[in-house]
Design a binder for this molecule. Sequence first.
Ligand SMILES: [Fe+2]
Length: 543
Amino acid sequence: MSSALLLPAACSRPGDSSDAASDATYIHGVASGDPDSTSIVIWTRISNVAGRADIDWHVATDSSFQNVITRGKYSTDEDRDYTVKIVVNNLDPGQEYFYQFVVDGIPSPTGRTKTLPTGHVERLVLAVATCSNYAFGYFNAYEAIAKDASIDLVVHLGDYIYEHGRDAYAGETGRRIGRNHEPSHEALTLADYRQRFAQYKTDTGSKAMHARHPLVVIWDDHETANNPWMGGADNHQPDEGRWEDRRAASLQAFYEWLPIRDPREGENPAEYWRHYKFGDLASLITLEGRHTGRSKQVDIDDYLGDINSKADAETFISTVVGAPDRPLLSDEMEKFLADELAESVSASRRWRIIGNQSVMARRIAPKLDDPFFAELRAKLDDDAKNTLDDLTKYGNLDLPVDLDAWNGYPRARERFYQISQDAGARDLLVLAGDSHSFWQNALYDVAGKSMGVELGATGITSPRSLLELGQEGLKRFDELNAQRNKEVVWTEGRYRGFIRLEIAHDLVHADFVTVTDVESRDYDIRIVRSADIVKDGDTLGYV
Ligand SMILES: [Fe+2]
């Protein structure tokens, strides 16, 4: 198809897509991301075309495109699912830009983006998001992020899509609110994953957020399948084809559908990690903890019958969970981490932020043998009673919980801490997704030395587990969890939302932001808690 040679006379505001032809051509909106100080990826996807599609793009310093500073052409086709991805180079640091695509004279909505700053940086605002399941609700929290003009960058910690079919996780909610997953079956093939990404990108909040802010995104498990490791996944069965093929298909769709730099020729697509530098203020180093080094998760149910005393539990922890040769990160990932942390320290950046998939803090199950839970148990159905009884047993035996997270890989966690210490970085500000709860944690190595703090983001829509305990039960469970665990300062699983992180030289201020509803488009935005983080010697602490 041909392409327009002239720029459209009038351009829309960021996120607007009021023109019918534009709506039909750019169903999935526009996005930008994976920035450095002089370049950024801009992205869109062309619908309703066949064969090859030629696209013009342009980038300006103003939203009315009076001052276009670079432009070019791009060609896409079905081999990349009509996605469009351009790395725009030769930009200025810390500068706001506006971008637009044109196909057959039809302009896309306008996107706004920003390069990373250099030199002295006073302030940086991040929105930390994770676990956005389309079938569980509207991405209202994305829309709330879009409306916050102070945000510099969105950091999505994974579970950007979920793989399940309609008969599984979130299916019931999806039917109730009319957000059924496409395809209807579990995503297994390249076509399936593409279709799933396409559906997620039709959400109003998603389109608004991506048009307004640049994105840093990592994958967690559900971009491929629940709880993966190097040789398979909890949600991958032998009749679903070769695991390697499924993983490759899922990662291909991830690269196609998100505004991130493609792997270079010969590079392993699974080796996806980055170091984003914000002048003298902060480093953000992202981890890959799913597909390059992870050993198989321990399923506690396989051992529970033999654990009847605290001594049994200790044996289980030291010989099974804490067994040698249970890595979580690959050697290459660890080397990157070591080098980049050392670079960050030697560059005297004020804060070292780790963009990480799952919760890192050391946790054992809370003690639930108190009168509140005895009363609650009497009101529960049999399934919920069994869940509560298992949890009570875990708590009484001091068993660790959440063994898919770092908590299930204690040796790998110590390696992570050792690498950080060796690099001169005990001041880690770890961000975590995956858990569908908010967390304010303090991190310590096995010797009790402070390693910094951890903030966990709740789901954009995904609900926490143990809903069968009811709202009051969940509240009490979270309170007891914090009481029991030195590293858990606060946790709260009843809310959906994101973390707004305002980073200045003297202080990091975190707001745990919630949207009051995800099952309708009517919602309010509330801050349920705030936390302030300061430097405390060579580590971090809360004030
Ligand atoms: Fe999740």
